[in-house]
Design a protein around this ligand. Structure first.
Ligand code: TRP
Length: 360
C-alpha cells in the first residue's frame, strides 16, 4: 500500500520551537525521505474556529503565519500539499456521517478533549463543534487516505478515535477507509517541550514560547531568562537536570558537534549534565550554550522566512493549488463513502431498477 502522510496545525498563532521539535522538523525529514507517495499538511482553520467562534479574525490573520512557518522550515510545495481545511467542504460531509458512529460518552472520555475543556473553562457550556472536533479530525485523516499521521503525544487520543471510526465504518458498510498509524517524535524531550518558564506547555497566552520567527535578540533574551532549577542558587551548588527546561531544550536540540563549536569543555551533553549535577557549572554558561545551539538551528529558518515574506500573493497561490489537489482526493473518498453507505441514489442503477420493478 502506498504510504500517505496527513498532519496539520491550528492557525491560532505563529509556530514555536515546541512545534518545531515536536513535529515540523520531522515532517521535513519525512518529506525528503522519498518514502511517501503523498504528503498533506493541513492548516486546520475550521478546527481552530471550534473554540474561537467569536474571534475569526485571529484565525484569518494566522493562516499566512503558519504557511510562512511551514515554508521556512523546509516544507516544499513541490513535494507536500499545503492546504486550508475550511476550503474542502467534503470534510464536513464526511464528519456528518462519522458522527453517527461515535457516542457522546466516547467523546467525553477523550483525554485531550477533556483537558482542553478544562483549560478553556468550557465545563458549563461546551460548544458542540468543539466537543465533536475529534470526529472532524477523523474526517481530515481519512479523507486523504492517510496511512501515517506524524503528531505530538497529545494527539494520540485523536488518532485512536479515528481508528475506531474507521473500523466501525468498514465493518458496517464495507471497506472504504484506511486505519492510520501515528508517528510520534523519536526523542522523548521532543514529545512536549516545556515553556521557557518551566510550565508544562508552551502557550501563547502564557508568554512562554520561543517563536520560529523571533529575532536573534528576542531568542537570546528568552533563553537567558529561562527558568532552571530553583535550588541551584550558586555555581557551586549541585543542580538538577531532570525537569530543568534548559536541559530539556538541550536534549531536543543539541548534538555532540555543537560542543566542539560552542563549548569545548565537554564532549557531549552527558558530560555537561554530569558537571551540573555535581555542582560547579553555572546556569549562565549552560544558557549561553543553549542560545548558540538554538540560534544555529533557527537562523536558516528565519532567513528563508524573509524570502517568502517578500511575495505573499504567491504564498496564497501555493495554498490554493495545494488545497485544490487535496480536494480532489477528498472528493474521491467522499464518493467511495457514499457508495458504501448506499446513499448514492442517482448512480445506483440497481436501486432504481428494483424500485421500478416493485411498482410495475
Ligand atoms: N488537532 C491538531 C492540533 O491541535 C491539528 C489537526 C487538525 C490535525 N486536523 C488534524 C493533526 C489531522 C493531525 C491530523 O494541532
Amino acid at each position: 500500500m502506498d504510504k500517505v502522510i496527513l498532519t496539520g496545525d491550528r492557525p491560532t498563532g505563529k509556530l514555536h520551537v515546541g512545534h518545531y521539535v515536536g513535529s515540523l522538523r520531522r515532517r521535513v525529514e519525512l518529506q525528503n525521505s522519498g518514502d511517501f507517495k503523498k504528503i498533506f499538511i493541513m492548516i486546520a482553520d475550521a478546527q481552530a474556529l471550534t473554540d474561537n467562534a467569536d474571534n475569526p479574525e485571529k484565525i484569518r490573520q494566522n493562516i499566512i503565519e503558519v504557511a510562512l512557518d511551514y515554508l521556512s522550515c523546509g516544507l516544499d510545495p513541490d513535494k507536500s500539499n499545503l492546504l486550508i481545511q475550511s476550503q474542502i467542504s467534503e470534510l464536513c460531509e464526511l464528519s456528518f456521517y462519522y458522527m453517527n458512529l461515535v457516542t457522546v460518552s466516547r467523546l467525553q472520555r477523550n483525554p485531550t478533549v477533556k483537558s482542553e475543556i478544562q483549560m478553556r473553562n468550557f465545563e458549563a457550556s461546551i460548544p458542540v463543534g468543539f466537543f465533536t472536533y475529534p470526529i472532524s479530525q477523523a474526517a481530515d485523516i481519512t479523507a486523504f487516505k492517510a496511512t501515517t499521521v506524524p503528531v505530538g503525544e497529545d494527539q494520540l487520543p485523536m488518532i485512536e478515535q479515528t481508528r475506531e471510526i474507521v473500523r466501525k465504518f468498514n465493518s458496517i458498510y464495507g471497506d472504504a477507509l484506511i486505519e492510520p498509524d501515528v508517528l510520534l517524535p523519536d526523542n522523548k524531550a521532543c514529545m512536549r517541550l516545556p515553556g521557557t518558564d518551566g510550565k508544562a506547555k508552551m502557550s501563547k497566552s502564557l508568554g512562554n514560547c520561543i517563536y520560529l520567527s523571533d529575532s536573534p535578540d528576542d531568542v537570546k533574551k528568552k533563553i537567558m531568562s529561562m527558568f532552571t532549577d530553583p535550588n541551584h542558587l550558586q555555581v557551586s551548588d549541585p543542580g538538577k537536570v531532570e525537569g530543568n527546561p534548559v536541559f530539556i531544550y538541550l536534549d531536543a536540540f543539541c548534538k555532540d558537534e555543537h560542543f566542539e563549536r560552542y563549548c569545548p569543555d565537554y564532549a557531549c551533553l552527558d558530560e555537561m549534565k554530569e558537571h551540573y549535577t555535581r555542582g560547579g557549572l553555572g546556569d549562565v554558561k549552560v544558557k549561553k550554550f543553549l542560545n548558540n545551539v538554538i540560534q544555529e538551528e533557527l537562523e536558516p529558518i528565519r532567513n528563508r522566512r524573509k524570502e517568502f515574506e517578500k511575495d505573499i500573493p504567491s504564498v496564497y497561490d501555493m495554498l490554493k493549488k495545494g488545497t485544490e489537489n487535496a480536494r480532489e482526493v477528498a472528493a474521491q473518498t467522499l464518493s467511495d463513502v457514499k457508495s458504501k453507505m448506499k446513499i448514492n441514489y442517482f448512480d445506483d442503477m440497481e436501486l432504481i431498477a428494483e424500485q421500478s420493478k416493485k411498482y410495475n
